[in-house]
Design a protein around this ligand. Structure first.
Ligand code: KMH
Ligand code: ZN
Length: 311
């Protein structure tokens, strides 16, 4: 497969919250720790920071803009990395609540989940016996009964509410069908090219993380979107770095971070987000690609610019 000569954008999803509550001491949940880890990830080479917020007392996923403001300010003061605010929030919240932070802060980017699914991580409940907060065990164990709701109506409402902010979406596609959902949404004018697709692999409820599936996602996206799209990969758990390595060699961008994997290698927890960023950066550069700066990422993805956000 021919590799396009382009710079590789590293996104770091630093906070977690949806499927990695606080199962590693490295996961940040206070304002200070989120800001510090995000800035260190940017210094290590991440040009995009995908961020959730947490209630700093309970560590629970939060979509309250007041829980974003303190770390967004600090991040903006310390780095010019692109801030990408999650609209995934928590599996149990409505889309109206989930898009509030992105709208409040008029971010350069935000996530957009492209289909409804049983996003499940319930097997983890049996693997952990020590939980930091009371809510975590039940939240994880009950995920087998949750629908992560992202209907066409939800997507349309989010796209139309956020349109005045000219936010570029990170279209999270957890399976091939989500690419077709995205194509439908493009055809009815909800999203402008170039679109940015995140192939999300290895989440229970979505497509598995292997190379055949990655090639299938990519050839399907080529067929549907031609040169109107850019793409990146996020593989959950231990597949994170191996799949990111493969994707970078196929001309894709990469996403790492403790949100998607708590590990730095088999059996070894990552110490922080920057460690994962440094590792994928080293690999990408060793294999002959260059890592994009924040401004290069803005150029590749056609972003509105860091001076047009509201934080
Ligand atoms: N951690 C991803 C698998 C979102 O923030 O909108 C899910 C995610 C969703 O990133
Ligand atoms: Zn996220």
């Amino acid at each position: 497969m021919a590799r396009k000569q382009q710079k590789t954008i590293i996104t770091c999803a630093a906070t977690g919250a949806i499927h990695t509550p606080t199962m590693s001491d490295a996961l940040p949940y206070t304002y200070d720790d989120i800001a510090t880890q995000a800035v260190e990830a940017a210094e290590a080479g991440a040009s995009i920071l995908h961020l959730h917020a947490r209630d700093p007392k309970t560590g629970a996923p939060s979509v309250n803009p007041d829980d974003f403001a303190p770390f967004l300010k600090r991040i903006k003061q310390s780095t010019d990395a692109v801030v990408n605010i999650s609209t995934g929030g928590s599996l149990t919240l409505s889309i109206q609540d989930r898009i509030k932070p992105a709208a409040t802060f008029s971010a350069e980017m935000c996530s957009m989940n492209m289909g409804s699914m049983n996003f499940s991580f319930h097997p983890l409940a049996k693997r952990y016996d020590k939980w930091k907060f009371d809510w975590e065990r039940d939240y994880v164990a009950n995920s087998d009964g949750n629908i992560f709701r992202n209907t066409f109506r939800d997507i349309e409402e989010a796209a139309k509410t956020l349109a005045p902010h000219e936010i570029k979406f990170e279209h999270e596609c957890y399976d091939v069908g989500h690419l077709y959902n995205l194509k439908f949404c493009m055809d009815i004018g909800l999203f402008k090219a170039p679109i940015f697709i995140q192939f999300v692999m290895g989440i229970l409820g979505g497509i598995g993380a292997d190379i055949d599936n990655l090639v299938f996602m990519k050839t399907t996206a080529d067929k549907l979107f031609g040169d109107q799209y850019r793409w990146s990969i996020l593989a959950a758990g231990l597949a994170q770095i191996p799949m990111a390595t493969t994707a970078s060699q196929m001309g894709g961008h990469v996403r790492v971070g403790l949100e998607d994997s708590l590990f730095i290698s088999r059996g070894k927890l990552a110490e922080n987000n920057a460690q994962q960023v440094a590792k994928i950066r080293r690999i990408v550069e060793d294999l002959g690609c260059e890592v994009a700066t924040p401004d290069e990422a803005r150029d590749i993805l056609d972003l509105k610019g860091g001076d047009r956000v509201a934080f």
